[in-house]
Every structure is written in C-alpha cells, then in structure tokens.
Ligand binder design. Structure first.
Ligand code: SF4
Length: 357
C-alpha cells in the first residue's frame, strides 16, 4: 500500500503490517505521517489532555559485567572507581525526591553479580514501608542475571520482588532488538527474543512496564520495523506494556557510532509507532532526551504523555523538566491540559497545581 492508503487503514482502526510501517518510515512526506499519528492519538485519548508523572532515578550501582559499546556509566567489577549505594544513601535520595513531589523510584543499575538478593529486598521493603513510593525496578538483563545468580527461576524471583513492593518493570536495555544491532550494541546483553521473553514473564507475574526504542546509530529502517514488530507481537501475547518511548542515542563513548537524528526523522518514527503499535495505549515523548522544542512537536505527532520529570539520571545527562509546576506549564504552553498520572497510568489521584491556587 502507498502512504495515503496505509494512513486511512490505520485511522479506520485496522492493523498495519510491518511492510506498511517500512513504507511510512521511508516516505519523505513526514508531515502527513505526523498528522496521522496525531489523529490516531486523538481517537484513543482525550485530545485536550497530556499526561505526566514524576520519579527519581536511583542508579544503585555502576559496577557491571556487561559491556555495552555505547555505555560510559559502567565500571568494571572490582574497579576502585565504581560504587554501590548503601541503604542510607538510597533513603537520602528518596527523601530528596519526595520533597520535590515525586511518587516513584526508578531503581536501575549495572549488572553486578556481587550483590545478594537481600540487597534488593532491603531497599524495596524500605521504599515500600517507610516511604510508600511506587517502585519500578530492574531491567530485563538485571532480572535475568539476578535470577541466575541466586539460582531461582525467574517467575519465582518476580513473585518475591512483587511481594516486596516492586510494581513495574522498565523496558530498559532494549535499544534495538534485532540480532544485527545486538552485535553492534552489546553482544553480551539479552537477544531480542530473550528480552521479550523476560518482559512477557513480568507481565504474566502482574508486573507491567514500558517499552522503548533507542535509535540514531547504524540501524536500518528494517531494524526499526523488526524492533516494533517484536514489541507488538509480545504485547499481543502478554499485554503488559503500558507505554512506548522513542529515544535517540547520546554520545557517550568513542566505540559506538552515533549519527544526528533530525527532528522530522524523530517525529516520523513517533507517529509510525502510534500507528503500528495499535495495542500499546500510551506513546511518550522524552523531554529529557529530545529537548522541549521537539517534545512539544511530538505532542502533535502521536504522543499523549511527556514521559516524566526525571529528578536524577546518571546514565544520560538530563535536560528534562525539573519540577511538577514546570511540567504543567510546559503542557499548558503546548496547548493541552496537564493531567498527572501514577507510575502505572492511573488518574484521579492528583490535583494539578495550575488550578490548585
Ligand atoms: S548500559 Fe547497563 S548493562 Fe550495558 S554496560 Fe552500561 S550499565 Fe552495563
């Protein structure tokens, strides 16, 4: 099908094929595709509303024995430069986050085989019982390696984590899930099938989460479409992806080739994601990575959420919004009504600042 017919097909609520997605990704008429992404978003969500949330990232350790070529965050196991946060340090960071209005902790770090299960459980129980924050924790590679280290089947580990307060699993570490790109990014990380299988186990355990793509390297349009197909197929099976977030790679190391992603390329991919991922309800635009100007345009190309106010992020240097009030102002100035949500997309718990005074 040609672009116009594909757009009509998608806007009539029908599923478009991977071949259709490839056609859209390669079409220069990006404004029509962005408009279609926005139209589809308006069919699925209140056109006047953009949602947001607030969390603090706690990168609990940077010791890691995985060697992602794009990563400058990790330190070798046993290096004297690396760190692992103590329980007191995690508590202090959580208290700072609560004071700024966050209601979630995003607990993620390197793959550190020296940490026992008790390290994680002590942290999660403290976050749940003392601070009563929502916990999104441990990407698929961290989960899989932890399960192996403690010789526990993954479903049993997930049951334990859920019982100690974990409520969501970040879709981190996906980057681009094709075999060709895994070799470029990180041969030691999970394959695309393994990543999807771990996320599927999380969904079945009652732990929903996010999904994403990180692009802007040597990936091809075919790699991008295959990545989206893997996510859509997994969502058909287990249904636990609340959201999808497109990001671009940041310059971190000299070992990993990155390229400039143009604004129109980003907006086109955002819109194609909205049209192709018909079973993932929320498309987030990342202010932290993309900046305010492009993020604002993303709200008219398929996105219905500005991702989050990220209070700390060590892996990427944040250029995001720093306060709840700034988030609401950003959304209002973009022409929408801000609506705060919880980690797992529940509404109604919060009163917005803008009409609270
Ligand atoms: S991206 Fe994560 S898993 Fe990969 S090397 Fe860095 S810390 Fe380790």
């Amino acid at each position: 099908m040609k672009t116009k017919a594909i757009i009509e097909h998608a806007l009539s609520g029908q599923r478009i094929s991977p071949e259709d997605a490839l056609t859209l990704l390669q079409d220069d008429d990006w404004t029509s595709i962005a408009a279609a992404g926005h139209a589809r978003r308006n069919q699925l969500h209140d056109p006047s509303v953009v949602s947001y949330t607030a969390y603090r990232v706690i990168n609990y350790t940077n010791f890691c024995d995985v060697d992602c070529t794009f990563c400058s965050f990790k330190d070798e196991i046993d290096s004297d430069r690396g760190y692992t946060l103590t329980l007191d340090q995690i508590a202090a960071k959580t208290e700072e986050a609560l004071a700024l209005g966050a209601d979630q902790i995003f607990f993620q770090g390197g793959v550190n085989p020296k940490l026992p299960l008790s390290y994680y459980l002590d942290a999660f129980i403290m976050l749940r019982d003392k601070y009563k924050v929502a916990i999104r924790a441990l990407s698929p590679i961290e989960l899989k390696r932890l399960a192996e280290n403690i010789r526990t089947p993954l479903p049993e580990l997930l049951r334990i984590l859920k019982n100690t307060g974990v409520g969501s699993i970040p879709g981190a570490g996906a980057e681009i899930l094709t075999e060709r790109m895994r070799d470029v990014l990180s041969p030691k990380k999970l394959s695309g099938e393994e990543w999807c299988a771990v996320m599927g186990e999380c969904h079945l355990a009652g732990l929903p989460g996010s999904s994403n793509i990180v692009f802007g390297s040597v990936e091809t349009p075919e790699d991008i479409v295959e990545h989206l197909r893997l996510l859509r197929d997994q969502q058909d099976k287990t249904g636990g992806f609340f959201s999808f977030i497109p990001w671009v790679f940041q310059a971190q190391t000299k070992r990993f080739p990155i390229r400039h992603v143009t604004g129109r390329e980003y907006l086109r991919l955002l819109a194609v994601s909205r049209l192709f991922l018909d079973n993932i309800p929320n498309i987030e635009v990342s202010i932290m990575v993309m900046g305010k100007e492009l993020a604002e345009l993303g709200l008219t190309a398929g996105a219905n959420d500005i991702s989050s106010i990220v209070i700390e992020e060590n892996v990427l240097k944040s250029s995001g919004l720093k306060t709840l009030r700034a988030a609401e102002r950003f959304i209002q100035e973009a022409g929408f009504t801000p609506k705060r949500r919880t980690m797992n997309y529940e509404f109604g718990k919060y009163t917005p600042f803008f009409n609270a005074v």
